[in-house]
Design a protein around this ligand. Sequence first.
Ligand SMILES: Cc1cc2nc3c(=O)[nH]c(=O)nc-3n(C[C@H](O)[C@H](O)[C@H](O)COP(=O)(O)OP(=O)(O)OC[C@H]3O[C@@H](n4cnc5c(N)ncnc54)[C@H](O)[C@@H]3O)c2cc1C
Length: 501
Amino acid sequence: MSIRTGADYIKGVKSRQPEVWLRGEKVTDVYNHPVFTQPIKEMAKLYDMQHDPEYQDQITHICEETGKRVNNAFLIPRDGEDLQARRRVFEVWAEATFGLMGRTPDFLNVVLTSFATNDWFFRQYGGDRYGDNIINYYRYVRDNDLFLTHAIVNPQNDRSKSSHEQDSEYSHLGVVRETEDGLIVRGSKMLATLAPITDEVIIYSYPSFKPGDEKFAISFALPIDTPGLKIYCREETQDGKRSTWDHPLASRFEEMDAVLVFDDVLVPWDRVFINQNVEAGNLLYPKTGANLQPSHQSAVRGLAKISFVTDVTCSIADSIGVDGFLNVQNQLSELIQGVETIRALVRTAEREYTITEQGEALPNIVPLETIRGLLPNMYPRAIEILQTIGAGGLLMSPTGADFINPEISEDMNKYYSGRAGVPSEKRVRLFKLAWDLCGEAFGQRLVQYERYYSGDPVRKMGMFYNVHKRNHPSYPRVERALEESLLMSDEYQKSAKELSK
Ligand SMILES: Cc1cc2nc3c(=O)[nH]c(=O)nc-3n(C[C@H](O)[C@H](O)[C@H](O)COP(=O)(O)OP(=O)(O)OC[C@H]3O[C@@H](n4cnc5c(N)ncnc54)[C@H](O)[C@@H]3O)c2cc1C
């Protein structure tokens, strides 16, 4: 197998029967369920782009190992050019979805590529068996062009206690026992975005394990329809029945989030990567590129999203003739400058790459983590500006059905127009697009995603400062400023004179 088409991907979805629960009902046919059909089709379009002559050379390459064409997310970056080639797939897929789908297949395929590049880590903590497992799994996913979800956070039971201290022994996912065939795992993990429409799930964790948490410190991968694996979806933000006229974004890009529950599930030995090892569970992030490489994808995707919101806000302001007012111009400039800041940081991260002992090119973490620190504030602020400039217009939008009812369509065309040259239908559709971003539950989830998609921003900022302090144990500039001003001071000159007497 080589790169898949959209039809190949859909065939895979149709061939599986994962245990998906939504609103108290078991979803027996994921593809034909109205909540999932359109997101599956949007994903299929991404796979089709791999075969489109316009994009193929930009987002895929010939694999050195197999001679077959594979997605650039599987490229082990060796230099800056590779990082840029990889960025193209992030960019092209993010643009296709306006940056509104965060967990497109490139995200986890980059994580897995980085795991496989650092197979030494799995060998060191578990022996060659685990190192071979990660390499073989990477090859399997790459060569079959698979789509993964992941669940790396324990459920929010009691955050003041570690995994082994929780009231219920297996509320957090852990190992029940080892068998000849593999591990038996039980418990839950969150928040597996897009799980119902993926091929496989990979489990690993943020570094959070304490001594005593051994049985919870695991990493493995399974097919998404493995018996005993339950996918509990949140309530949908769209029911799949609303029109694309009225909800141009929400009706297309719903990224379902889910809690995964493992009911004594067998993980075959060849799918185990870390087995009950607290040190390995905690060091996976800092010692491999598992944090850094997907941050590159997230940054490029985040840039597409904030650029889109900026374009929508500028269009709204222009459509009703308010973009000549100074206050509005200030708000729009704030958005545009935010976009330019993120763009510059992405480019800096790529240019200032380093090469690890394994020969893996790592983008500079400082600009990427800076983006991670900025976006959780910048994105909600962008939405606030969109709400402020859209004002009452966001609430006065009729529906597509009003425009086609001859009894009232004349009024629709008369009273909803914008500035000269912006007809009613165009203005209303534009405001409805904006409402999906800033009013609908769909839009609220997009805000929450930007805050939390890669961990708690509060602790991330804390870590950022700690790393900064480690790398900058002293501040020579400050010392020089103190030294120079001291030497120039009257006090110093006087005491120097006294001493020389
Ligand atoms: C839309 C969306 C999609 C997501 N998709 C995925 C996905 O695909 N896969 C996946 O694995 N995860 C996903 N996540 C989950 C994400 O990784 C977590 O939300 C994130 O790590 C934060 O963890 P939490 O939600 O459990 O918050 P908590 O860690 O429970 O934090 C709750 C609050 O308490 C504070 N707090 C908690 N503990 C501490 C502490 N020790 N010190 C100081 N403050 C603390 C936090 O600052 C925060 O304000 C997604 C999240 C969202 C919102």
